[in-house]
Design a protein around this ligand. Structure first.
Ligand SMILES: [Zn+2]
Length: 60
């Protein structure tokens, strides 16, 4: 009767962080800058992603 050896421990892999959707993991999103009462768009600027708050990772 051969004694069974216990299976080797598998390395625990650290799960990759889930990228934030709106910013794509960059933590920044392009925001349209509007001015005036008519809210005329004058350009875009990089703004912090409000979904991940700049971390780039999707949070639960
Ligand atoms: Zn984000």
């Amino acid at each position: 009767m051969a004694t069974r050896k216990p299976p080797p421990r598998t390395k625990t892999t650290t799960p990759e962080p889930v990228k934030c959707g709106p910013c794509g993991g960059t933590g920044e999103v392009a925001r349209t800058v509007r001015v005036g009462r008519k809210q005329r768009p004058v350009g875009q600027q990089a703004g912090i992603c409000l979904t991940c708050l700049g971390t780039g990772n999707a949070t639960d």
